[in-house]
Design a protein around this ligand. Structure first.
Ligand code: ZN
Length: 454
């Protein structure tokens, strides 16, 4: 059968039957070992070319044998620990990924501590399992330091085996029709430019390549929501790796994402932080437990920021210089910033001074920001010169002994044509006024990033 003029995402029953028949003829005595749905997934991945689909299928079984996939303990089966949070299925009770459980590989514990948080959370309107990830909270620097790509792939494979062998059969039974794909939601809340770099994107690519090689046609729909403006840049790189048919399954949503999600997932099955009504209040961490949020709540600081300091009696300032030679000829130069505080709001201001000029011009006038409630983040186009970011404690109610923790990240990105560049320039500590306590700046991250595909 020729794949030309055939819409592989919307095959007719006749097209499917014909393709499977050709594939089965080629398989001969092997044929009864495989069900139609499996054959069809491999056929579609190879544009209905039975010969190529056969090669791919053989490669898949060789890979399983070589890597011992069938000997891996399947999470959630026969007492094996679940390696992802689970909500709303019958075959596995609601569970959190428990690090203390016997048999949990040490590498996964390190891995978990860097994760923004994820959960197999209920089903969509089609009865398809939904995986939700707090992509914007991943500590990518930590992942790069603490985890090898091999560890990440190992964990990814175990999760895949779990969803395909445990959750999907249950969903098939409940829906009364074959469910063999999953719906994925990436929540980019908190995502900053400092989380993107090629190390992170290459990790993502390794996972994506594995999936297209051995787990074809498993993605139903992928929603990427709360995407910041900078996402477009990373997306330009990622989409080049992806097949056109995969791209048709991806929805990148701006502020109207809630309506989009509710078209596909019933409100009672969608977490409230994504516009639904579910809170999973019976489980620690709610719908999608997040190591990042836990750590932030526990310490008042996570490690997803470049700098952590505390505002004693005074202000804190950070200067970043945008060199003329960096931005001349660039198509775009932007500064991205985000910050948060504990306990109280802060006054925040941005000023600019030109090279060889002492006068400062106010770019963002000092206003009170509720950075204790929500991370403040934004970006702005920049010109050469020095930008001064200034935070000031609100007046009243605060003493020397009652300091305010401040975490922040600031990045300059210069875009010249196709290239995606993250630049760190210079850090100058602001002069502290006498009496300020512990204003030490600790560098906690320097702008590495990761997205993950499940
Ligand atoms: Zn929930």
């Amino acid at each position: 059968m020729s794949a030309s003029k055939i819409d592989l995402n919307n095959l007719t029953d006749d097209q499917k039957t014909q393709a499977i028949k050709e594939f089965r003829a080629l398989l001969g005595s092997e044929s009864p070992k495989h069900d139609d749905n499996t054959l069809l997934r491999f056929l579609i991945a190879r544009q209905l070319n039975a010969q190529k689909a056969h090669e791919m299928l053989n490669g898949y079984f060789e890979w399983r044998e070589k890597e011992g996939i069938d000997r891996l303990p399947v999470p959630g089966v026969n007492g094996n620990p679940v390696m992802q949070n689970v909500r709303g299925f019958r075959s596995v009770p609601d569970a959190n990924w428990d690090m203390s459980v016997e048999g949990m590989p040490e590498d996964f514990k390190k891995f978990y501590s860097c994760m923004g948080g994820g959960c197999f959370h209920k089903v969509d309107k089609e009865g398809t399992p939904v995986f939700i990830e707090r992509t914007g909270y991943h500590d990518v620097k930590g992942l790069a330091v603490k985890c090898s790509p091999a560890v990440m792939l190992d964990w990814h494979i175990r999760n895949n085996e779990f969803v395909f062998n445990v959750l999907m059969p249950e969903c098939t039974q409940r829906a009364g029709k074959t469910i063999e794909k999953h719906t994925v939601i990436f929540d980019c809340t908190g995502l900053g430019i400092w989380q993107f770099d090629m190390t992170g994107l290459n990790l993502l690519r390794a996972v994506s390549d594995l999936d297209s090689r051995v787990y074809p046609e498993r993605l139903g729909k992928l929603f990427i929501v709360n995407t910041p403006g900078i996402f477009a840049r990373a997306w330009n790189i990622i989409k080049r790796w992806l097949d056109k048919r995969i791209l048709e399954k991806i929805f990148i949503c701006g502020s109207d994402y809630k309506d989009v999600l509710l078209q596909h997932v019933d409100a009672e099955n969608l977490p409230d932080f994504l516009g639904g009504k579910c809170t999973c209040s019976h489980m620690p961490g709610g719908c999608v437990p997040s190591p990042y949020l836990e750590s932030r709540n526990a310490k008042g600081a996570g490690d997803n920021f470049q700098f952590s300091t505390s505002l004693g009696s005074s202000s804190h300032e950070y200067e970043i210089t945008v060199p003329k030679e960096e931005v001349e000829g660039a198509s775009q130069a932007k500064l991205f910033y985000k910050f948060r505080t504990t306990k109280r709001a802060v006054h925040f201001e941005i000023r600019h001074r030109k090279e060889d000029c002492a006068d400062e011009r106010v770019i963002v006038p000092s206003t009170s920001r509720d950075s204790h409630k929500e991370i403040v983040q934004s970006d702005m186009n920049v010109e050469p010169g020095t930008y001064v970011f200034s935070w000031q404690k609100p007046a009243g109610g605060f003493s020397l002994f009652n300091s305010l923790a401040l975490d922040y990240s600031i990045d300059l990105t210069v875009e010249d044509g196709e290239e995606f560049v993250t630049e760190h320039v210079t850090v100058h500590e602001a002069d502290e006024k006498p009496g300020s306590d512990s204003d030490d700046v600790v560098e906690t991250a320097e702008g590495v990033g990761r997205l993950s595909v499940s």
